[in-house]
Design a protein around this ligand. Sequence first.
Ligand SMILES: Cc1ncc(COP(=O)(O)O)c(C=O)c1O
Length: 393
Amino acid sequence: MFDRLKSQPEDPILAMMEAFRADPRTDKIDLGIGIYRDAAGTTPVMHAVKTAERQLVESQTTKSYTALSGDPAFIKAMAGLVLGDRDMSRIAGAATVGGTGAIRQGLDLVRLARPDARVHIPDPSWPNHRAIIQAVGLTCVTYRYFDAETGGVDIDGMIADLSAVRSGDVVLLHGCCHNPTGADPNAADWHRIIATLAETGATVLVDLAYLGFGDGLDADAEATRQMIDTLPEVIIGVSCSKNFGLYRDRAGVVLVSAADADQARVVQGNLTTLNRLAYSFPADHGARTVEMILNDSALRADWSQQLSEMRGRINALRQALATALRDRTGSDRYAFLGSQKGMFSRLPASPDEIRILREEHGIYLIGDGRMNIAGLSQEDIPRLAQAIATVCA
Ligand SMILES: Cc1ncc(COP(=O)(O)O)c(C=O)c1O
């Protein structure tokens, strides 16, 4: 049996983490894995999470199974967080294993409905998008997205490609804080994107892995909310890994906005079955912690405050790096770092320059130049800027 298996390619991020760990240099800088770090270099358990977990341990009387689609109070709270006070009668939802599980279940739902659907993803995108699309047996195609010259969105190219999408296809969009580029559409761009999608008859899959890391919780959900108001069918994969700092607890939700309440009921049954087939019951601890935070006004305010401090820190790091690079290069070539959103930006560097940064300067980024700005410390910035200015042409 197993002699028929082919070796899987090494995950470039995990391989880089290994190399970073093995590097004895004390001033090495890790810009690879996508986690938030505070000024002390740690990825903290958020205060509200600690408090909610304590309350949960004290108050929980059973660990018996929840529902197949997860704790309904969690799904409702997450739907409220993402969609605001919209009518929920045409929304179906299921708790999932993190945001990855939400994307997986959303794509499996598409496969059940239309096994011949093509899924259009931005170029570039989170590498796992293509991998999951292909793993569920759907066809993956790309649309133009990033303009490497400006560090922004190639909105005309994107609109041209989206106009050609067929009815019955799926268009995957990063709801905010695009990974790996940090380049997000502005309000006018979103308007054009949504109007174009409305004409195509495509179903949209929004990946919301960084809600609250861009401009704020409501601002980051705005484009998704407009899609719900305008388009008949939207799937949303939401992760609680980054904004609740619950990475390893694997909390997430897939929400589906269907054409009407009857269709939403059928979708709900399918999501429940997909959970049953994948893992029966989704994990509960992280989800329940999130639900407790969102449904308690003091915990919610504390969480939202800490999230806004995290966002402020990332934006301050962005500004500091853009300024340090302007000072060292005498140009505005890296000004895009200051205006992009979320944890990531993409350094316009060749594979050779990325190798030199790693070998000669102990600066680790993955092969496509993605940098995790949220993993930096202020102290690293002068050295990082100097190395980039020296190495990158
Ligand atoms: C764009 C994007 N989507 C989804 C995820 C999934 O996150 P998780 O499964 O850790 O919740 C990530 C995580 O890095 C991501 O970057």
